[in-house]
Design a protein around this ligand. Structure first.
Ligand code: SF4
Ligand code: SF4
Ligand code: SF4
Ligand code: FES
Length: 940
């Protein structure tokens, strides 16, 4: 449980400056220089009335409620905008300021509807509180004068209402949108009495630039901007701190409840990753957890063509165990395995991989990181020695040059994007490397210094060209390299070759050499240069090479081991870092230790009382191939929709159809469940206890706000399957699982639920050397000792545009939807995105006679699908883009089986395609199994 109302100190904290001492109402207080009188008073325990001030926003000084008297100074300054000074004596409760405040409140209240008792904000309204705080007893001006009582409500947003009749024009919403979110969607229109808050140019919220992050709603001191759920359900009465289950930013929230009903999610001010901010998904899109589509009873069926039969848990668990054992008896342990979920908790993932290794008797366990960030794990391990990003998110506030490669943070990692944009508005320079003109390239008050709009598939050539400039122009950090790295000479010889120069590759990459040179100089000469990257780096045939290329570049410029620098993957799913950490890969036990290491295996064998195989098991694509060959027959899929998310869906569904037993544990009947023989209902994040690990290696607590709707915990179901297979697994609580993880995983040695309760969150490694965790990695030396330069020759992908398939398709996601859409499609977020669209450059569209909104076919050498076109000059010519949030689109029907050479991560970002206006002949849809996935047919 946590406080419903967190303390608000009125103005932001100041850090690092000298300390000054003053006296407020006779109480002594010492604060950092630059602190406001209001904050100093709050720290001394004195609350000064305020309306326009809040500690999330810079002081504004408009409401005049916070007036104080200061000895030796004339007048009554506003305490929020007045800096505290050494020796200052402040009086906050004199008759003079009391009278002034009462007058101010009188004016506000005379133009405010007096419906407090029926207002949705009753009990959580700062105007109401302040009226009490200033002792308002009468409104001498009456209520009859000119007022705003009839102002029209804007209810266009599905999650919050805007009722201007209650607005006090404090501007907190406008400033929240500007300063915190960085969208600049709101303005104050008009002057004096006529001034009012306006989204865009007098538009509704839905028609404006608003991205529905909710920062303005949270900042509003009245009921003007208010969550619809609060209006409908009433004010919450208690809260539980937990972690968002969408993306890898890992925002902390206070889940606020009324009784047992979740009313709203409020971003937690003390959340290490988000510090009180959120995006539309985390704050508002939680309704899927109680959606009627949830499957709450276990189900089994003999064949996938049979109807499902609801059964008791014991029968479902017994069926899984019996059929897995039967396959193992007939075909060996190599014929069974599991896929862990990057959406589930560390504790759940750990027990699934333990079940596979100890109860199934194979190493056939893999995770969806295979299809996203496995090259990150490989590339950073090879170069730095640790399979994780180097920084915490806060670090970006110290960056002078930010390089964003193959990532679209404003859509994919919005809360981190807001932090990044804050830093850029303060003056940090920006380099974007992406085929698309993503929002960051040009958005309010932000313009990228360089946008290297490369051809898809040429990342490595571009990063090599940047490094070539750094080395050949003498921009390397020689002392860093000499002290901290190895392999530089060999790498420098390679990278200096003419074939890697910007001029040599510009034809291939499409990026003018002069732009590459300028970007390289900017990054290399920055005091602090930071690289942030996403799936546009990893999901390529050279994904691992590119990760190593970026690591080489960062080391060459000495940009590792302190605030403001580093190489940072922006992780996709909420717990993809954690699922990798927990030993989900077929070749690695927890903490990224190879299964062939006898000493490591011994640790697990001793604790688990069993023998483990020293050879790696099957990766996901190998499982599919083996299934089609008949050697892999039983698969346990934990919270993952591989039939929608994995490439070449036709191949995946053929493999699933070939298996004797597919077990799906999930919230909904997803595409994969259509091929399942046993369905085990899962629990939503609101029903779970455990931990998620975000992209900063931050281990955050997930706390249950309600009981599992299916009646069972996922970790317990997995333990029961293992036990029924003859390998007893039992825990009373997830904290015991974490204790076991800490016992066998050196980087988690100091982690426990108790430590997390005290610290709030911890960034691994957390051990005896770093008992409080490690925000910044590789500070004194790299995890592997010396950072290793690895030559990264560019090898073009085999996927090429041809006359038949002349365009390149690249895929991604958008802000309001998440991954395969199973959650967000079951929320009001569909208001923003009802279907996947194909973005295409106007010239490519015109060549094909396509206009905006036309239905088009999208065909590759492996399949075809149909969707609507969106003409967009964000795209370069020759490249088209779509999302994969809707099963009916089946974007992955067309993506190929090409993959990263080191990790098999699919090459989602490069598929040669043709786009044409949909013709009747290709409009037929043949549904697989039940509905949703399109038939896979080659088109001529
Ligand atoms: S909408 Fe709320 S935050 Fe914005 S100006 Fe009005 S009262 Fe202030
Ligand atoms: S919801 Fe967010 S983006 Fe929209 S107006 Fe409010 S602060 Fe701005
Ligand atoms: S940024 Fe990611 S973690 Fe944060 S609220 Fe949005 S979806 Fe959730
Ligand atoms: S709180 Fe200081 S002027 Fe409004």
């Amino acid at each position: 449980m946590s406080l419903l109302k967190e303390p608000d100190f009125g103005t932001p904290a100041k850090e690092g400056a000298a300390t000054i001492s003053l006296e407020v109402d006779g109480l002594p207080v010492s604060v950092p220089e630059g602190t406001s009188v209001m904050r100093a008073a709050a720290l001394a325990g004195v609350d000064i009335p305020k309306l326009c001030a809040t500690d999330r926003l810079d002081a504004f000084g408009s409401c005049r409620l916070c007036l104080v008297e200061i000895d030796g100074r004339r007048g009554t300054p506003a305490s929020c905008t007045t800096p505290a000074a050494d020796g200052m004596v402040v009086r906050t409760q004199t008759p003079k300021v009391a009278k002034l405040r009462e007058n101010v409140m009188e004016l506000y209240i005379s133009d405010h509807p007096l419906d407090c008792l029926t207002c949705g904000a009753n009990g959580d309204c700062e105007l109401q509180d302040m009226a009490g705080a200033v002792g308002l007893r009468q409104v001498r001006y009456g209520y009859e004068g000119e007022n705003h009582f009839d102002a029209i409500k804007d209810q266009s947003n599905p999650y919050f209402d805007f009722d201007p009749s209650k607005c006090i024009v404090c501007s907190r919403c406008v400033r929240a949108c500007d300063e915190i979110q960085g969208t600049f969607a709101l303005t104050i229109e008009g002057r004096g009495f006529a001034s009012k808050v306006s989204p865009g140019a007098g538009e509704s919220f839905m028609d404006s630039e608003c991205v529905s992050c909710g920062a303005c709603v949270q900042a509003c001191p009245t009921a003007t901007l208010q969550e619809r759920s609060v209006i409908e359900l009433g004010m919450p009465s208690r809260s539980v701190i937990t972690t968002c289950a969408y993306c890898g930013v890992g925002c902390s929230f206070k889940a606020e409840l009324r009784g047992d009903e979740l009313v709203r999610m409020v971003p937690h001010k003390d959340g290490g990753a988000n510090e009180g901010h959120s995006c539309v998904k985390g704050r508002f899109a939680f309704g899927y957890a109680t959606h009627p589509d949830r499957v709450l009873r276990p189900m089994v069926r003999e064949k996938i063509t049979d109807p499902w039969r609801e059964v008791e848990w014991e029968e479902a668990i017994g069926t899984v165990a019996r059929r897995m054992l039967e396959i193992r008896r007939l075909h060996g342990a190599g014929a069974i395995g599991a896929i862990t979920s990057s959406r589930c908790t560390n504790e759940e993932v750990y027990v699934v991989q333990k079940m596979v290794r100890a109860a199934f008797g194979s190493n056939n366990v893999d995770t969806c990181a295979r299809v996203c960030h496995s090259p990150t794990g490989y590339g950073l391990k090879q170069t730095f020695g640790e399979s994780a990003g180097t920084q915490d998110f806060r670090s970006v506030a110290q960056a002078d040059v930010i390089m964003v490669i193959g990532a679209n943070p404003t859509d994919g990692h919005p809360v981190f994007a807001s932090r990044m944009k804050q830093r850029i508005r303060q003056g940090a320079r920006l380099i974007v490397i992406d085929p698309r003109r993503i929002d960051l390239v040009r958005s309010p008050h932000i313009t990228a210094d360089h946008h290297l709009q490369l051809n898809p598939g040429t990342n490595v050539a571009v990063v090599n060209a940047i490094a070539h400039v750094v080395v050949t122009e003498g921009l390397v950090d020689e002392s860093f390299i000499a002290a901290r790295c190895e392999g530089f000479d060999e790498w420098a010889e390679f990278i200096s070759r003419e074939e890697n120069s910007p001029e040599a590759v510009q034809q291939l990459t499409g990026v003018p050499a002069a732009e590459v040179r300028a970007a390289a100089r900017l990054y290399a000469q920055a005091s602090n240069g930071a690289i942030y990257y996403g799936l546009g780096v990893t999901e390529h045939s050279q994904g691992s090479t590119m990760v190593m290329g970026m690591a080489n570049l960062a080391m060459a410029c000495g940009n590792i081991g302190r605030d403001g620098v580093g190489v940072n993957p922006l992780r996709g799913q909420n717990n993809v870092q954690g699922s990798c950490d927990m030993g989900s890969f077929p070749h690695e036990l927890s903490g990224y230790r190879h299964v062939s290491d006898d000493a490591v295996r011994q640790v697990f064998e001793n604790l688990w009382g069993t023998t483990l195989l020293p050879e790696p098991g099957l990766r996901i694509p190998n499982m599919f191939d083996a299934a089609l060959e008949g050697t892999f027959r039983g698969l346990f899929v934990h919270g993952e929709d591989i039939a929608q998310s994995d490439p070449n869906v036709g191949h995946v569904t053929a493999a699933l159809s070939a298996m004797e037993l597919v077990v799906v544990q999930d919230l909904f009947i997803n595409e994969t469940a259509k091929f399942a023989h046993v369905f085990l209902p899962g629990a939503s994040f609101l029903e779970k206890d455990g931990t998620f690990t975000n992209a900063e290696r931050r281990i955050n607590r997930v706390r249950a706000v309600m009981k599992p709707k299916s009646g069972r915990h996922e970790w317990d179901i997995v333990c029961q399957v293992a036990t029924a297979m003859g390998y007893p697994m039992h825990y009373d609580h997830p904290r015991q699982i974490m204790d076991e993880i800490a016992t066998v995983t050196p980087t988690f040695a100091g982690v426990s639920f108790e430590r997390l309760e005290q610290a709030g969150s911890i960034q691994w490694p957390c051990d005896a050397d770093a008992p409080d965790g490690t925000p910044i990695m590789h500070v004194e030396s790299f995890t592997r000792g010396k950072g290793r330069f690895v030559p990264t020759p560019f090898v073009p992908t085999e996927e090429r545009s041809t006359r038949r398939f002349p365009l390149i398709l690249t895929t991604g996601r958008i802000l309001s939807q998440y991954n395969v859409g199973a959650q967000t499609r079951r929320t009001a977020n569909i208001a923003w995105h009802q279907e996947d669209l194909l973005e295409i450059h106007p010239h490519d569209a015109e060549d094909r006679g396509i206009t905006d909104g036309d239905e088009v076919t999208l065909a590759s050498r492996v399949g075809q699908t149909k969707l609507r076109a969106k003409i967009s000059d964000r795209m370069p010519t020759g490249v088209v883009y779509t999302t994969f949030h809707y099963p009916v689109t089946g974007a992955n029907v067309v993506t190929t089986e090409n993959s990263d050479w080191a990790t098999n991560c699919p090459e989602y970002k490069v598929t040669a395609v043709q786009v044409a206006l949909a013709r009747p002949a290709v409009r037929d849809r043949t549904a697989h199994a039940q509905d949703g996935v399109l038939a896979v047919e080659l088109v001529d």
